[in-house]
Design a protein around this ligand. Structure first.
Ligand code: ATP
Ligand code: MG
Length: 414
């Protein structure tokens, strides 16, 4: 893509309510736009990153047997009454049709996925079953905060698992834990698996917490054995595993996994016939990843004083070509020709490549934009590199320069 056609207009500065570096980069680079408090639009570059995070999530969910579906966002009131959550789920957005019916705007999907699973589950032979979706969720949060961190409309991946016994739930729960850690690792993060409240139906759930002072949670962490527990359920300051004193940290929750036992299958009547012909309630687990919050946290944690420093797999583009002109007509013509050649070569090799052909922007601003937007490889073509038929290559996350030929460039490994 040519930047002259993309109408990229980055901003020098933006006003944010909080002093939040990641958010200010996302806004300055035009990745996202605030529509109103707690509601955001995703613009072309931000959406590209979101799609890449989603791709990682899909790959890791499919690897543990997840099948993707897309559930409705408008939920009939009756389902939420059956689970007793119409009145008790505080953040539920309720809307009324002009024809009378009431709906909830889906903040989570147990009420929908449990009856839906009746299409698949009849006997023990139909279990286990894993269904997931990536979808827009709605929650009437009292205090939207930190850009995409806490919003009233946000993207979530939610996976639901269905099992015949607790042993099977436990096995899958651990599998999901490992899959989640892979997702975060590919996104450049290393969250801490933290014990949290399990609600009424199991002792603990587990949160995936990224250490950052922009997080709203406080977690306790044992420097000796790595044990971690959310402050909300902490009784004393000692590690229950090794007795060491725990330290507290600010952190942001990027995911949460729960065992639900038969809470929803009982309320919504999801049963199966077991090996002995007896009817039993299906046991369930639910597992969430906050996709849009993840973008927010990645931008906060993986950035420097110039802008976003994303891992290659989620950078908005892999390459950007920057011709460095000299004002000597003959040479500039050759620089353009060589830049076009490199651009075509990369594009023909299915590489994600930008060509900064903007005429009305100074080279200094172009360099700043590359760093701000977190494009992974910066390719400079100048009088100097031209004379050797080389391209100056710099990775966003390293100060080193390399001088590569066209062939070496296309052979750069992913
Ligand atoms: P929190 O404790 O932060 O309010 P939660 O425990 O209610 O979140 P879950 O229902 O477990 O959230 O949702 C799964 C994931 O969705 C969370 O781990 C978080 O990353 C993300 N998430 C939850 N609420 C929001 C929100 N209002 N805005 C953006 N992301 C959210
Ligand atoms: Mg949670």
């Amino acid at each position: 893509m040519r930047l002259s056609e993309l109408k990229i207009k980055t901003k020098k500065r933006v006003e944010t309510e909080e002093d939040d570096r990641g958010l200010s980069y996302l806004l300055r680079a035009n990745f996202i736009e605030k529509l109103t408090s707690g509601v955001y639009n995703y613009l072309p570059f931000g959406l590209r990153v979101i799609r890449k995070i989603e791709k990682i999530v899909r790959e890791e969910m499919e690897r543990i047997g997840g099948q993707e579906i897309l559930m409705a966002a408008l939920h009939p009131k009756s389902l939420w009454e059956q689970t007793n959550r119409w009145e008790t789920f505080d953040a539920l957005f309720k809307v009324q049709s002009r024809y009378g019916q009431w709906y909830g705007l889906g903040p989570t999907h147990e009420e929908v996925v449990t009856p839906l699973a009746k299409n698949f589950i009849f006997s023990y032979r139909d279990l286990p079953l894993y269904l997931y979706q990536i979808q827009t969720k709605f929650r009437d949060e009292p205090r939207p905060k930190g850009g995409l961190m806490r919003t009233r409309e946000f993207l979530m991946k939610d996976l639901y698992s269905f099992h015949k016994d607790e042993k099977d739930v436990d096995l899958y729960y651990e599998k999901v834990k490992r899959a989640y850690l892979k997702v975060y690792k590919r996104c450049g993060l290393k969250p801490i698996v933290t014990e949290a409240s399990g609600g009424t139906f199991s002792k603990f759930s587990h949160e995936f917490q990224v250490l950052t002072d922009k997080g709203e949670d406080t977690i306790f962490l044992c420097s000796n054995c790595g044990f971690s527990r959310n402050k909300e359920i902490m009784k004393n300051g000692k590690c229950p595993l090794c007795g060491e004193k725990l330290e507290s940290y600010q952190a942001a929750e990027v995911g949460n996994i729960f065992k639900l036992k038969d809470k929803y299958s009982r309320a919504l009547d999801l049963k199966y016939i077991d090996e002995r012909g007896e009817e039993k309630y299906v046991l369930m687990g639910c597992y969430g990843i906050g996709i849009s919050r993840l973008l927010s946290i990645i931008s906060e944690v993986l950035s420097d004083e110039k802008g976003l420093v994303f891992p290659e797999e989620i950078a908005p583009y892999r390459y950007i070509i920057l011709p460095l002109y000299t004002r000597k007509q003959e040479i500039d013509k050759k620089i353009t020709e060589f830049s076009e050649e490199v651009y075509r070569l990369l594009a023909d090799n299915q590489q994600e490549v930008l060509f900064d052909d903007r005429k009305d922007v100074s080279i200094g601003e172009k360099f700043n934009d590359v760093d701000l937007m977190g494009i992974f490889y910066r390719l400079v073509i100048s009088e100097k590199t031209l004379s050797k038929k080389r391209i100056e290559v710099k990775k966003r996350n390293s100060p080193n320069l390399k001088y590569l030929s066209k062939n070496e460039l296309v052979n750069l490994k992913k």
